[in-house]
Design a protein around this ligand. Sequence first.
Ligand SMILES: [Fe+2]
Length: 358
Amino acid sequence: MKCSIVKNKNTNYLRLEIRNKIFKFSPIWLIEHSSDITIRDKQTNQLLIEAAELDLNLKINKFKINKSILSISFSNNSKHNYNINDLIAPKEYPKKTLWNSSLKKIPQYNFKKFNQKLLKDVLNAVDEYGFCLIKNMPTTKNGIHALTKHIGPIKETNWGNIADIKNIKKAYDLTMTERALENHTDNPYRFPTQGYIFLHCIKNSDVGGENTLADGFNIAKQIKSKNIEMFNILKSFKTFFQYKDKDTILENYCSLIETDYEDNIVQVRYNNRTEIIPYDDLCEINKYTEARSKFWKLIKSKVNNITIKQTSGDMIIMDNYRVLHGRSKYKDIKNQRYFRQGYLDRDILQSRLKTLAQ
Ligand SMILES: [Fe+2]
């Protein structure tokens, strides 16, 4: 391990060479990462200083290394200690298993065996695969709560808390008809879009009504590796989604593929029923519609889809930022098909997942 102070304009930085990797730490960054009780509150881990007011010309005066502890003296007369392993720890990404129709085993759990370990396994599966199936949920009207009460509150929307999915005469959404539903993600017209869908079957139709699921991350990755130009169009073109009824107007300008600052795919959207492409330069529109058409072909391709026919007591949890879902049309002479659906916000489920991992 080699460590040195390097001059940089009016300030300097600490250069650390360790295991053939070079790290460069600015004095301000180091102060903000100090766990000293004058800098960060022990209980909340929140900053106690206004870091934006630190002197931009702050310098590192000297350092000392004792085993894995790095002690640094700064030009503002403060001194802070760091564990070197903490400073160089790589960013951890949650494990994502991408899948298509060749997925060997659907992640499946039995609610009758519910305990904290099963809850952890369920949430891990949703995080890793983007979905899972839970058998033997209560078939009562609000049976979803039997599980969600251990995770967090159902998201209230303009449709209420847990919503009915059944064939009704005055459908306010195409889900409320016997019509097939093409693969889509839910409600891209909301900002933020709801993170997770809990789709609970109280009774299915005898004929039809199977669910289709496609891994949007896998599809987006295929596009990225085969046609980067098309991928860039899908992530940069801001299309428009809208939902309107007499009491509600929900609107959102957003792209079909969302990436983070390291270009990792973090969200896919597809909901042609509620899309209204905004007016744009003809060339941009042509590029977008061509890319969307190819994206759609992959979304509906048999190779990318799995099918699940839910029976009474089955609940599918889906990551609405990743998995596209659809439904085949159904025939239900006695109109008995009855599903219930609830949403959970992304932060709520992710928080529960992280607290269970502690
Ligand atoms: Fe849906």
